[in-house]
Design a binder for this molecule. Structure first.
Ligand code: TNX
Length: 707
């Protein structure tokens, strides 16, 4: 279902997980138990495939430490220079980069001669008292390993100013490689123009989490952002607007700017994917090239906030010919500037297109792309028309689509994806309800949209690309596992201003594109980076949020304006129980179900931090707490026995309304009724599940995050 035809709020949006009650009986074994998996000693994101603690203090960098590259290969030496420059501002050291034939002691050794089995991006990293060795099969793997090395140094290393302190690399042995080959991030530079410097900064922010692809959404209704020599009006006219802005003269990348971005990305082992969207999202082109319109008259440049407003004229042979020639010219120019393999042809949201018109666009655009020896990429809608085998389609469906799988009413998205699979396409997963960075985190997020629901950090983390095109219970994926190339986070910019639930006014505050990007991407981009890199079996939210918390000081040191999202134990942020909170387990929140009446059951719903989900927790003289709902003004109350529901009722101070809140080892809390002695337990993580009372079993559905 397209967001253009969206019904109201989704109900059964979350996967139902039945309550499991772990048995904790001790079993004495005659044979030695297998060794427990090594704990994760350091807070690394993304989580490496394996890491083992090593004894000793670790390796202390000094101004005389050398960066020793065991190769003459310029790309490998380039990684050494990159590392030296990365460490310079905070340490004040100017570490020498030396080409060596064998590994010296007391050095950071970069060895690109590792076995082929490491793959292009795999690496091993060993650090101990004598030094650090990063080994890979080529420069790219060294670069990924260097990002890990960075996180083994104190957070202050990210500072851009000199910090006087010691610099020790934690001792560890790591062996690592990615789950998926494509790990991308998309910037919508069309709705909001990002100057070259801000794109570069974002490249660095993403590269730190091993993102290897930068998708630039270069064209949309609100702007055309790449200069095409043969069609100067595209930028003279088509780049004069942004969402909410008119009158620009330089809101586009010249060929030189674009080359600069590509070469910066290349130096960070990142591939640039340019997107030329069509046949919809084309108002800027229609404003610049009259012959693309059916009446051959140029449209006015557009600076508004609607979607689905535009379409190339594909009604007759003459106009189809105009579109073909136009795309050939544009794609030739863009392909020439782009060393990467892909050209993204858009294809999304074209409600007015006839099937024939749409197919004519796809034919024209794919012919032009294949003609330049590039691989076709496009939004999953492109799959409805013939596309070359091996095309890469980007899935942006959501739970509504998954719910329809196998029913007589499969959504268009499901049908288009199936059609793409049948044509031999591969897929990149950008499910909007997990991977869209422009969705608000919660009701309090100043920027962005929420048409695909809120996307709190846990939702950006807790999904699996292998099952996200399957039914809600995880079965029946319509994209086979071997056709999944990877994951992409998409940062749209339709509403990149404060108070984005309404249209902007002259008084509206617009953050810089960088500030908007930082806030919406951190911490969700690192979460999605881990989805793309780390083995699914090793990932769990509770472990992740502990590791993620340790990244916060790195972002602070680097000047990244992140959102210190609740539910993550950020160092230095003390959260008291007393006060106003949401109460969350398994990504869903305790709420009053929208009811104001006495005796109504408390329920679980996807976290949105609205008043229904907001609780005032107030200490009582006996060490217990009352929990009062902001929307109803009533207190949480427990009566009855095991399995009974928890209700709300007018606050009266009785024991039934008093709760003991006890911290757990995993940095959450149990909430125990002072009346029944039973603990607050979510019946499941499905929307609408009841809040019940149960004996304390240690179940995750009894461990609450009090945000
Ligand atoms: C849908 S999803 C779009 C974009 C918007 C975005 C906003 C897709 C391929 N198209 O045009 O910017 O929603 O969330």
């Amino acid at each position: 279902m397209s967001r253009l035809h969206r019904r109201g709020r989704r109900l059964a949006a979350l996967v139902a997980v039945t309550l499991t009650l772990p048995l904790t009986a001790t079993v004495t074994q005659a044979v030695a138990a297998p060794p427990a998996p090594a704990p994760s000693p350091y807070a690394l994101v993304p989580l490496p495939v394996s890491q083992q603690a090593v004894g000793g203090q670790g390796f202390a960098l000094t101004p005389r430490t050398r960066i020793s590259v065991l190769s003459k290969d310029s790309a490998a030496v380039g990684v050494g220079t990159y590392l030296s420059k990365l460490l310079a501002p905070a340490t004040g050291y100017d570490l020498r980069v030396v080409k060596d034939t064998k590994a010296p002691k007391n050095a950071v050794v970069l060895d690109p001669n590792g076995p082929e089995s490491l793959g292009a991006e795999g690496y091993t990293l060993t650090s101990g008292t004598d030094g650090v060795v990063v080994k890979a099969h080529g420069a790219e793997g060294l670069f990924r390993g260097v990002q890990t090395l960075r996180q083994l140094l104190p957070a202050a290393v990210e500072s851009r100013t000199r910090q006087s302190r010691s610099w020790t690399v934690s001792p560890v042995q790591i062996s690592d490689s990615p789950r998926y080959e494509y790990r991308g991030v998309m910037l919508d530079v069309a709705r909001r123009f990002y100057p070259v410097d801000q794109v570069k900064r974002y490249i660095d922010e993403a590269a730190a989490y091993k993102i290897n692809t930068l998708h630039l959404h270069l064209t949309d209704d609100q702007g055309w952002r790449i200069a095409i020599d043969a069609l100067p009006d595209l930028t003279k006219v088509g780049a004069s607007t942004q969402s909410g802005f008119t009158g620009g003269t330089d809101w586009y990348y010249t060929a030189a700017d674009y080359k600069e971005i590509v070469s910066y990305a290349t130096s960070r082992f990142m591939t640039v994917v340019p997107e030329i969207d069509g046949p919809g999202h084309t108002e800027a082109a229609l404003a610049s090239v009259p012959g693309l319109n059916c009446d051959n008259k140029a449209k006015a440049p557009y600076s508004g906030f609607e979607v689905g407003i535009s379409l190339y004229c594909l009604d007759d042979g003459t106009h189809i010919g105009n579109t073909r020639r136009f795309l050939k010219t544009v794609i030739k120019a863009v392909a020439k500037l782009t060393p990467g393999p892909y050209i993204h042809l858009g294809g999304d949201e074209t409600p007015q297109a006839t099937p024939e018109g749409y197919a004519a666009y796809v034919k024209a655009a794919t012919d032009a792309t294949v003609g330049r020896d590039k691989t076709v990429m496009g939004w999953h809608q492109l799959g409805q028309a013939p596309v070359p085998a091996g095309s890469l389609l980007q899935y942006w469906g959501e739970d509504d689509d998954r719910e329809s799988i196998g029913t007589p009413d499969e959504t268009d998205s499901v049908r288009f994806v199936r059609n793409g699979v049948a044509q031999g396409a591969r897929f990149v997963m950008s499910p909007s309800d997990h991977a869209y960075l422009d969705m608000k985190y919660d009701v309090g997020t100043p920027y962005g949209l929420s048409w695909s629901g809120y996307v709190p950090v846990q939702r950006s983390y807790d999904w699996d690309p292998a099952t996200v095109t399957g039914k809600l219970d995880g079965t029946g994926a319509i994209v086979p596992a071997q056709k999944i190339a990877g994951v992409e986070a998409a940062l749209w910019a339709d509403r990149a201003y404060e108070g984005s639930n309404a249209l902007p006014t002259p008084a509206t505050t617009w953050p810089t594109p960088q500030a908007y990007a930082d806030y919406m991407s951190f911490p969700r981009l690192p979460a999605l980076a881990e989805v793309g890199w780390s083995p699914q079996s090793a990932r769990d939210w509770n472990g992740f949020r502990q590791r993620l918390a340790q990244q916060g000081p790195r972002w602070t040191a680097a000047g990244i304006g992140y959102y210190a999202a609740p539910g993550i134990p950020w160092p230095g942020v003390v959260r008291t129980v007393e006060g106003v909170h949401t109460i969350v387990t398994g990504g869903i929140a305790l709420e009053n179900g929208g009811s104001a009446s006495d005796g109504s059951d408390l329920l679980m719903w996807a976290t949105n931090r609205g008043n229904n989900q907001t609780w005032t927790i107030a200490p009582q003289s006996d060490g217990t707490y009352t929990m009062t709902n902001k929307s109803s003004g009533k207190c949480a109350e427990a009566t009855g026995g095991a399995g009974a529901t928890v209700v709300q009722r007018a606050c009266d101070g009785r024991t039934a309304q008093r709760w003991r809140i006890t911290p757990t080892a995993d940095d959450q809390s149990t909430i125990t009724s002072a009346g029944t002695g039973l603990v607050l337990t979510a019946a499941s993580t499905a929307n609408g599940a009841k809040a019940t009372q149960q004996p304390d079993t240690g179940s995750v559905l009894q461990h609450w995050t009090i945000d």
